[in-house]
Structure formats: C-alpha cells, structure tokens
Design a protein around this ligand. Structure first.
Ligand code: NIG
Ligand code: FE
Length: 405
C-alpha cells in the first residue's frame, strides 16, 4: 500500500535536521520512501490513499529508551520519607528502595504484571511514543526476571508500541546474596545468561547498575564480557549518585548507552564520545531525588557525545510514565534546547537502542512511525506540562491512535 501524507509540517530529525513547513511523505507499507516539500512531490505518483493532516506538525514517533514500567506495587511511603529528608541511598541500604519493589514483583504473575503495567505503557503511547525500552531488574531471581521480560513482550502484543527489552538482573544484589555481590554476578554470567540465550528473542540487550549501592565497575565489566560473548549489546546505569568509573568501563565495551551521568567527568565524556556511546539523560530521576548535581551537559556538547532523554519510569526515582514531562524537565532543569530534546527522544534514542538505522528519523528507508502534534511551533515540544498536544500516532505506516488535542 502506497500512502501519501500531506498538508503537514515536518521535523524530520534526519542527519541534516531538515524541516519542511509544507511537507509531504510517501510510505510503502511500513517504510518511508520519500520525504520533502509538498511542491516537490514526484508528479503522477500513484497513491493508494492520501492522508491529510490539517496543517499539523509531524515528528518521528517518539522513543522512550530507558524505562522500568513493568513492576509490582508502588513506593509512595518511601517518597514521603524522601521528601521529609531521608536519602534514596539510605533507604536502599536499609533494604528498601529497589528491594522493596522486588518483593512486590516476585509475588506477581506475568498476567498481573501485564495488567499493572499496561496503563503505564498506554500513557506513553498517548504521548506519541511508538518504541519503548523496558528493563527487568525487580525480579533478581531467574524466574522472576523471566516473568518481567515475558510481561514486557506480552505488552507489545496488547498495544501498538514496539518493545525493546533489557536484562537488568544486576540492578541490586537480591536479599539471598546480601554482601555476596560477586557470587551473584557469577551466577548471572554462568547460569542465567546461557539459559536466557536459549530463549531466542526474550532479551535485546544487557544493562547493569554501577553504583556504590549496587555493583562495582569490575563486577559490571565481568557481566558485560559474558553478555557480549552471547552477542548482546550492553548499556549501563552509571555515575548517578557517585563516580566509580562505570562510564569509562562501559565505553571500553562499546556500550550503546550510559544513563544518568550526573557525576560524569570530562574524561568520561571523552571516553563516551570516542566509543559513540549515547548519554541518556534522566531529568525526572534528577528532579525526584532532588539530586545536588547536574549532569555535565556542556562537556557532552563540547565533546559531541550524542544525548538522549528518557522517562526512566519506575516506582522509585521516577514514578509515573511521561516522556513529555522528561522533555520539559530536560529543557527547564538541564538547559537543553528544544532541538536537543527532540533529537534526544528520536534519532539519539534510537541509537541508544542500537536501532539508529531504522527508527527515529523521517527519512527514506526508515520505519513509518510518526507522531502528529496540534501545535503552532516546534518549541511547544517539551513546553507543556501535564497537557498533551499529541493528536495522532502512526506506526508502521498505519494510524494506530487519534485523540483530541
Ligand atoms: O534508573 N538507578 C537505578 N535504577 C532506577 C531506579 C530504580 C528504583 O528506584 O526502583 C533508575 O533511576
Ligand atoms: Fe533506570
């Protein structure tokens, strides 16, 4: 089916960041075949259908490249303690935080996890998100991690969103391995990775939390070596509340992404740039944890580290599920421009998932995933708070959602 999309303005997010105020797109099936100014549409193009967008702005479908939306329970009581002054790290050291969610997640079946997580995924979809990364990491035993990943895959069958999964078994040491982090990493490397490798298509990449309250750079290094031997790309939660060398280690592995990075240094930025690793900025977690330190945006700019922005949706540091909130916070709290933020939720987010040659740009050969916006100017992206101007979502060349905006 050949479709012509017209009467629209276009933010392509392609390599030249082209903008067409009166633009047009041609798609064949699920793929974009032509993009340009409406006046340049090839004459005599035999379209099976023409879709008029009433002057709306079109961007690539947004990509939320870092979420933990599959989990059981909630941590509202911890939020109350944190707002009263107890730190995230102190709660984690007491056995709360991530381990609190582990207890609720272990108790949940796949069906329950899907039922609890579906509204969160729907909220992201309605904001224009067509691809979402979902991590495990609240199971911390083989079967519970597997249930989380099965739930993530099941969600992709229920809603028109592409799901990319990350195994985050190294999110925290489970209670049964308290103080024996090395043994836990060995167990993941020796037993879990080979078992997951047999279940083709369950895991797309391997992630870890490198932090004083989680795993050391050496432990994450061992995990990455094992993961890569199975062919999985790697990425890392690094330098969130301290700097223990995670991002430099991840860069040595050619990691797709390093996420958080509040405590990254200039050497870290140089290493990420050389490796082509995407810096994934998570302003909602920065805001919720009332982080005292901003990620070094100017160093990332100076050294040309590609930057992405993600929701980090999770029950602890970023409760909720809103990429648009993250976009607003990236502008207000991190001083990113609207163009940097848009790149961060499209082309650079795709790259953070290893999908930069097929997703995140409106360009020939890319998948026809679009979000249409009822806005007057692109500066409105990441401007509105708690108001959603997304009015149509197209996935693989088909309109999958329309809403008043
Ligand atoms: O990305 N930093 C580690 N992981 C999550 C938080 C998980 C949680 O608190 O439940 C994050 O912020
Ligand atoms: Fe995270």
């Amino acid at each position: 089916m050949r479709s012509v999309w017209r009467n629209l303005s276009l933010l392509t997010c392609d390599d030249a960041r082209r903008v067409f105020v009166d633009g047009a797109i041609v798609t064949e099936g699920d793929t974009i075949t032509w993009v340009g100014a409406a006046k340049d549409l090839p004459a005599g193009i035999a379209a099976d259908r023409t879709i008029e967008l009433a002057g709306r702005w079109l961007t690539p479908g947004l990509i939320d490249c870092h979420t933990h939306i599959v989990f059981g329970g909630q941590r509202a009581a911890e939020f109350a303690r944190r707002t009263a002054g107890t730190s995230y790290a102190d709660i984690a050291r007491e056995g709360g935080g991530i381990l609190n969610t582990v207890r609720a997640t272990r108790a949940a079946s796949v069906d329950e996890l899907v039922r609890r997580s579906e509204p969160r995924l729907r909220a992201l979809l309605q904001e224009g998100v067509t691809t979402v990364e979902i991590k495990s990491g609240y199971g911390l035993d083989f079967e519970s991690e597997r249930r989380m990943l099965l739930a993530a895959r099941a969600l992709a069958q229920r809603l028109p969103v592409a799901v990319v999964t990350s195994l985050l078994a190294a999110h925290a040491a489970p209670p049964e391995f308290k103080g024996r982090e090395d043994d836990y990493i060995d167990l993941i490397c020796r037993e879990w990775l080979p078992r997951f490798a047999q279940e083709h298509g369950l895991i797309d990449m391997v992630d870890a939390y490198c932090e004083s309250i989680a795993f050391s750079a050496t432990q994450c290094d061992r995990l990455f070596t094992a993961a890569k031997a199975h062919g999985w790309p790697v990425r890392l939660h690094a330098e969130q509340i301290s700097n223990i060398g995670g991002s430099r280690m991840a860069a040595r592995h050619g990691a797709l992404a390093c996420d958080h990075l509040e405590y990254a240094t200039e050497d870290d930025a140089i290493a990420l740039a050389r490796a082509g690793t995407v810096a994934v900025l998570l302003p909602v977690a920065y805001y919720v944890l009332a982080d005292p330190r901003l990620p070094p945006l100017d160093l990332f700019r100076t050294h040309r580290v590609p930057m992405a922005v993600a929701s980090d949706a999770n029950p602890g540091s970023a409760p909720g599920a809103s990429l648009q909130t993250a976009m607003n916070m990236a502008r207000r709290l991190f001083g990113m421009t609207s163009g940097e933020v848009l790149d961060g939720v499209t082309r650079n987010a795709a790259r953070a998932l290893g999908l930069g040659d097929r997703l995140g740009q409106i360009a020939p050969g890319f998948r026809a995933d679009f979000a249409a916006w009822s806005i007057d100017t692109p500066d409105e992206l990441g401007y509105w708070i708690g108001f959603n101007p997304c009015s149509m979502i197209v996935r693989g060349g088909e309109i999958v959602l329309e809403r008043d905006a």
